[in-house]
Design a protein around this ligand. Structure first.
Ligand SMILES: *Cc1c(COP(=O)(O)O)cnc(C)c1O
Length: 396
């Protein structure tokens, strides 16, 4: 039987266990220690940016939460959030009692539309009399957003940018490391991301002073007294020294992982080149150097897919990808290949039904016609050939 091919599985370098063993041997089995410090140093070095500093945390979601806390976002505030993304980009805004205002994407990078952002902010100021507290653009599937244009809009209104680069470790925009261009940048080391710590994240801070402030909030905002003294609400968000040991092992292969994801995307491009109506999403120009965390395709109107049996056990709504995408996902599943529709825009999520939104149709259209394909370090060139052949076989 054909093995199952997954979207993005974790892949260990073999060095992870050594760093974990070290932690046990020295009894650093706590959310601080030598692995945490060294992992942070290596991450900072990987950004190639002398100015920034990195705080290792328990998740990427925690990183977004603490960036908002550090920016002083409070109940009643508004934060501009890219709509076409995972819920974790917006949830921390709600944790703070603030309101996410969703902004749609432009079709080139699939990320936040700078012009729409400009109009949306102007409209929020007109309607509420208040300037939004932060802007959260995302580098979806690793593709950098139109950063120069977004930063220009942010500067025009004096609003700080939190780059949600949870999917974009190793992506560059005009030679700049994604996550180092805004005030803050987010990293995720969840099991399915570019590298993993089994679960974890990090916040890229603009300087050492901001890092100290973020560390303070990540460790229950404890004041420097002998006894426990608190003047602010904090969180328990530091990374464990064991997880950081996995992270140090992963840093020995991070460059190979990124290179592999890029190769996988190239193999899909080559394999699907002759198939009318199927487009592999690639960078609009050389300015956008994506890590291609997940390779994605869109189906044109002429593409018709043989319908397969509906997958058991999965629920359906009336807001779904089009029948050809659903049939393709089901057909791939039956051939042992995991795939997934693109992120459902957050402004279409029932939980965010009451949040303000500025939409132009782009993300809704992409959600209808797009599919993510297996891309991780365990996906070989032969696997991609098999996936391409399976896709071709499912077309009518
Ligand atoms: C994974 C992800 C996050 C959250 O990271 P976790 O480490 O899973 O908390 C945030 N934003 C985006 C776009 C993501 O893909």
């Amino acid at each position: 039987m054909q093995k199952r091919i997954y979207l993005c599985l974790a892949h260990m370098s073999g060095n992870e266990q050594r760093f974990i063993q070290e932690a046990f041997d020295t009894n650093w089995v706590v959310p601080l220690g030598p692995n945490v410090n060294e992992f942070e140093r290596e991450l900072k070095e990987y950004t190639g940016n002398e100015q920034v500093d990195v705080v290792a945390l328990s998740s990427g979601t925690a990183a977004i939460h603490l960036a908002l806390v550090a920016l002083g976002v409070k109940a009643g505030d508004e934060v501009m959030v890219q709509s076409f993304t995972f819920c974790a980009s917006a949830n921390p805004v709600v944790y703070l009692g603030a309101t996410p205002v969703f902004v749609d994407s432009e079709p080139d990078t699939w990320n936040m539309d700078p012009q729409l952002l400009d109009e949306a902010i102007a409209d929020r100021i007109r309607k509420t009399g208040k300037t939004p507290k932060a802007i959260i653009p995302v580098a979806l599937y690793g593709m950098p957003p139109q950063m120069d244009e977004l930063l220009e809009v942010a500067a025009k209104y004096g609003i700080p940018v939190i780059e949600d680069t949870a999917e974009a470790l190793g992506s560059y925009y005009k030679g700049r490391f994604c996550g180092t261009m805004g005030r803050f940048g987010v990293m995720s080391f969840n099991g399915n991301k570019m590298i993993t710590t089994s679960g974890g994240g990090a916040l890229i801070c603009p300087d050492a002073e901001t890092k100290r402030r973020v560390m303070h909030f990540a460790t229950q905002a404890r004041q420097p007294y002998l006894y426990y003294q608190h003047t602010e609400i904090g969180y328990n968000y530091r990374m464990s020294n064991i997880c950081a040991g996995i992270g140090r092992g992963q840093m020995t292969v991070v460059r190979e992982h990124v290179e592999h994801h890029r190769n996988v995307c190239r193999w899909y491009q080559e394999g699907l080149a002759g198939v009318p109506g199927i487009t592999v999403h690639v960078a609009p120009s050389e300015a956008y150097d994506s890590n291609y965390w997940l390779s994605t395709i869109t189906l044109g109107e002429q593409v018709k897919v043989r319908s397969a049996l509906q997958r058991n056990g999965l629920m359906r709504t009336d807001c779904e990808p089009n029948p050809n995408v659903m049939a393709l996902a089901e057909g791939l599943d039956q051939a042992g290949i995991e795939s997934r529709p693109l992120w459902k825009p957050l402004h279409l999520q029932p939980i965010f039904a009451d949040m303000p939104r500025y939409v132009n149709g782009t993300s809704e259209q992409l959600f209808r016609v797009g599919l993510c394909l297996p891309s991780g370090p365990m996906v070989s060139e032969e696997d991609v050939a098999y996936i391409v052949q399976t896709i071709k076989g499912l077309l009518i």
